[in-house]
Design a protein around this ligand. Structure first.
Ligand code: FAD
Length: 391
């Protein structure tokens, strides 16, 4: 649905990155009547098989739902596709479990959503807007942000493509090329931190009669002090299982017998669910991925360029808020377009000046929540204070 824009001339806006945040932002801008060109490095995700190593599902929370509601997609994502998770289910080392509700008072849930499905729905929805053009296989190479200029290379034909836009929005993820160009701007602060832990994705398949092998309406956690495993339910009754652990521990498990010994000791109830053969295959065919936090500011360059999503605040995944915070960026930006009648010279600085505190807070909370999930969640509350002090 197009919004009334008071007869103003539409802006030509280039969105770099057709991931979750870029494709949502394209919808928000298209609804305002602007001409949006989306440039995405990869092929159209709707035509490619699942990419291993990218989390297959994500926890959608109220920030993300709000944004999806704005663009008319909340019902399809939450009611038709999402699997509600109303509590954490904690798995003890002896295999017994107990649950901790997220919201015991009003019983709100977070929702497990397929990453590819969500991205596909956002891209498909953009086809309903004539003012959105999608360019896949376009990798951003160079920028002149103050002039609104971008140069891409087409990954299939190797042809170079140059464009000029009224506004560049960099939604090109944690290793953003748009952000890299901002590093040259005076007074641009930037820090990144890799943590010592990585993650590896495993899978619990559906049971033989195509049902869930564990109760589905929970985020399952196996907290083990310095490491943990989690599982989120998928629509096909499988589970995306993610093992978070220091890289040094991943490296020390270098044989099938060591792997089975490790799982039998720490995650005995998960072994029959995953299956020994599949566990060995998935563990040794994958390699653990690193986790990074990025903080930077300001997020804009004059009235020409802005970064949002992971490009502006990459967070470790333990708070389940990376995408949700990126979606909230889009909501806030939309509110500023309304407040300032699409005047970029007012919108961009206000976004930078007001957003960074929340973005920095999410980065810090996500880091803290790893300790909470892998360790503190199992401790009686009187010991919590000491554990936090010892961190
Ligand atoms: P991305 O998803 O990284 O998309 C960036 C896009 O830009 C990509 O499509 C990429 O191909 C494209 N691109 C990159 N470089 C270029 C270039 N040079 N030219 C053109 N295009 C380019 N968040 C949650 O809210 N809930 C969760 O439960 C959750 N779980 C997670 C679990 C794990 C294991 C991880 C690693 C992350 C998790 N996150 C979660 C975080 C979430 O995945 C990210 O915050 C989210 O994907 C950010 O979206 P984005 O669009 O900003 O970046």
């Amino acid at each position: 649905m197009l919004l009334e824009n008071g007869g103003k001339k539409p802006l030509n806006i280039a969105v770099v990155g057709g991931g979750l945040v870029g494709s949502l932002e394209a919808l928000y801008l298209a609804r305002r009547g602007h001409n949006v060109t989306l440039f995405e490095y990869r092929e159209d995700i709707r035509k490619t098989p699942q990419i291993r190593g990218r989390s297959i599902n994500l926890a959608l929370s109220v920030r993300g739902r709000r944004a999806l509601k704005d663009v008319g997609l909340e019902d399809i994502m939450v009611k038709e596709h999402g699997i509600p998770m109303s509590a954490r289910m904690i798995h003890r080392p002896d295999g017994s479990t107990y649950s901790i509700p997220y919201d015991a008072r009003t019983n709100q849930s977070i929702y497990s959503i397929g990453r590819n499905y969500l991205n596909s729905i956002l891209l498909k929805e953009s086809e309903n807007y004539k003012n959105v053009t999608r360019n896949f296989n376009h990798k951003l190479l160079e920028t002149n942000l103050p002039n609104g200029e971008l140069t891409f290379i087409k990954t299939d034909t190797k042809e170079k493509v140059s464009v000029k836009a009224d506004l560049i929005i960099g939604a090109d993820g944690a290793f953003s090329t748009v952000r890299r160009a901002m590093l040259k701007q005076p007074l641009f602060d930037f820090s990144q931190q890799y943590i010592e832990h990585g993650y590896l994705e495993l899978c619990i398949p559906p049971s033989e009669d195509d049902t869930f092998q564990m109760p589905p309406n929970y985020l399952h956690i196996w907290p083990r002090g310095n490491f943990m495993m989690i599982a989120l339910p998928n629509q096909d009754c499988s589970w995306t299982v993610t093992l978070f652990m220091p890289f040094v521990n991943f490296r020390s498990i270098d044989s099938e017998s060591k792997l089975l010994e490790f799982f039998d000791k720490y995650f005995p109830d998960a072994v029959p669910l995953i299956g020994e053969k599949k566990l060995i295959e998935d563990y040794f065919n994958g390699s653990p991925s690193p986790l990074i936090t990025v903080k930077c500011r300001p997020y804009h360059v004059s009235d020409k360029a802005l970064i949002i999503g992971d490009a502006s605040h990459a967070v470790v995944p333990f708070y389940g808020q990376g995408m949700n915070a990126g979606f909230e960026d889009c909501t806030i930006l939309d509110q500023l377009f309304t407040k300032h009648s699409d005047n970029l010279a007012d919108i961009l600085p206000e976004f930078s000046n007001t957003r960074w505190k929340d973005a920095f807070a999410v980065c810090d909370l996500a880091m803290y929540n790893y300790i909470e999930m892998r360790d503190l969640v199992t401790r009686p509350s009187y010991r919590l204070r000491k554990a936090v002090d010892d961190m």
